[in-house]
Ligand binder design. Structure first.
Ligand code: ADP
Length: 472
């Protein structure tokens, strides 16, 4: 069953119960009040009648020492006729409770007589064939006789009014409930709108539309739920995008890897085939063997790099406090042989958190690339050509190490791509310098372990600066 229908039904049940109980209480209250009033009037009338009876008995001739039955009948008949609308209903009994006089139409039994004595007035509400009556009984003490006067007052109207009241209230309740259903259906539809919108959004997302968002139509809990749902959808979309990018990157990697394998392998197979199927002179044999050796070496270097990247990806950070002086001393020594380059090391002393061997690998790669880029532009450049600056300085948030060269630079559109595995801006030039496009990909993975990022600033023809920040 729909939630809105449940809401309407439960509200209607509560409303019906409330109307039922309040209606019953109200109609019954009015009935009880009217009946009390009627009983009061019946008792008053009974008192007046007994008084009138006593007064009439005083006029009896003096010859009677006790009020005779015939006079009782006579007075009773007069009192009966004196009633409004043609007659009262009354009955007179003597001290032994024998009936002396009964009006025609007085249908009640003698049930009230035994309960009445000289000092009490008694009454009860009874049901006769043609309606409801208040039956009263009172004692009269007159002329040496005790008599009992009973009256019957018709109160059928009060009961009819109650029945009418209930019937009217039932009709009103039905009308209120029907109107209530229409209003509640409208309210329930308004209240459940956020749920409907959320359901629609969930279905759209399940069908693959991750950009669809639920419209927020209220600020209550359901509105908050919609907000949370949309935030969850944003996170989901972001993760799916990341996943798709990762899959794409993996496919690109596989394609590039296969391509990078193919080039040296083609050369190796070609030269090996030439060696085994032709009789070559010594010079050509040595040249072929040389190609096979260098291409094999390139493959070996590539496989080592790949292994390094895989290891770096899986590595946990084992960072230690290392004085940067040690790092720079190692680099200075390492590149001391490279006489054709002017590599300058300028740094501020500090103790930096790092895995020293991994950071050395990063810097060796960056300095190597800087040297290659400088050599490439050596012909066209004058003073700053051949200069590579390796600097270390304290900055906000850590210690920045940068490698700057004044070489060929990198075109802007290539800058984001060069960190991808196997990506080379100029493939033939990179290969001629034994590059495989894996160095920067390895640097990125190592820096990830250090919770750092490789930043690239470069201008084509002017040089590049590769930098990263480590924690102090
Ligand atoms: P490799 O140097 O082995 O080719 P890298 O991943 O280190 O691979 O570099 C990828 C590419 O980025 C290089 O082929 C080169 O085209 C470009 N590159 C890297 N460093 C520099 C630099 N300092 N100046 C110009 N281009 C660079």
């Amino acid at each position: 069953m729909k939630f809105s229908i449940k809401l309407v039904l439960s509200t209607m049940i509560v409303l019906a119960l409330a109307l039922g109980f309040s209606g019953f209480y109200f109609v019954n209250y009015v009935f009880e009040t009217s009946l009390d009033r009627e009983v009061g009037q019946a008792l008053d009338e009974s008192s007046i009648l007994s008084f009138a009876f006593e007064t009439a008995a005083l006029n009896v001739p003096l010859k009677y020492s006790v009020l005779p039955d015939s006079v009782v009948e006579e007075i009773a008949s007069k009192l009966e006729m004196g009633g409004q609308g043609g007659g009262r209903l009354l009955r007179i009994a003597d001290e032994e409770k024998n009936i002396l006089y009964t009006s025609s139409g007085f249908t009640s039994d003698e049930g009230l007589l035994p309960q009445t004595d000289l000092h009490t007035k008694s009454y009860r509400v009874i049901r006769a064939q043609d309606g409801f009556y208040v039956h009263t009984c009172v004692a009269i003490n007159t002329l040496n006789r005790i008599l009992y006067l009973e009256t019957m007052k018709d109160v059928t109207g009060v009961f009819t009014e109650r029945a009418l009241g209930f019937s009217l209230y039932r009709k009103v309740t039905v009308v209120i409930l029907l109107t209530g259903i229409v209003i509640m259906l409208f309210i329930a539809s308004l209240l459940t709108k956020p749920i409907r919108l959320l359901t629609k959004a969930t279905r759209k997302m399940a069908a693959g539309d991750y950009t669809y968002r639920a419209r927020q139509v209220s600020r209550d809990e359901l509105g908050q739920l919609t907000g949370d749902f949309n935030r969850m959808a944003n996170a989901l979309e972001e993760n799916i995008c990341k996943l798709e990018e990762e899959i794409e990157a993996r496919e690109e990697f596989m394609g590039a890897f296969a391509h990078e394998l193919k080039t040296p392998l083609t050369a190796i197979i070609g030269y090996a085939d030439m060696l085994r199927s032709h009789k070559l002179d010594e010079e050509k044999s040595i040249m072929s063997a040389n190609y096979i050796y260098t291409e094999g070496k390139r493959l070996e270097a590539m496989s080592f790099r790949l292994l390094d990247i895989i290891v770096a990806k899986q590595d946990e950070a084992r960072l230690m406090d290392v004085p940067v002086g040690e790092l720079f001393a190692y680099l200075r020594e390492m590149f001391a042989e490279k006489k054709e380059m002017d590599i300058r090391f300028v740094y501020e002393e500090a103790v930096v958190q790092m895995e020293a061997n991994l950071i050395k690998t990063v810097l060796v790669n960056l300095i190597d690339n800087a040297c290659k880029a400088s050599e490439c532009s050596a012909a066209s450049k004058a003073d700053s050509t051949g200069v590579v600056e390796v600097t270390g300085e304290r900055v906000d948030g850590g210690y920045r190490i940068a490698v700057r060269d004044y070489g060929i630079g990198i075109p802007e559109e290539e800058q984001a791509k060069i960190v991808k595995a196997f990506y080379m801006v100029d493939k033939s030039r990179a290969r001629s310098k034994n590059g495989a496009g894996l160095g920067l990909a390895l640097c990125v993975e190592i820096l990830k372990i250090h919770r750092s990022r490789l930043q690239i600033e470069s201008k084509e023809g002017e040089g590049s600066c590769f930098s990263f920040i480590l924690a102090l």
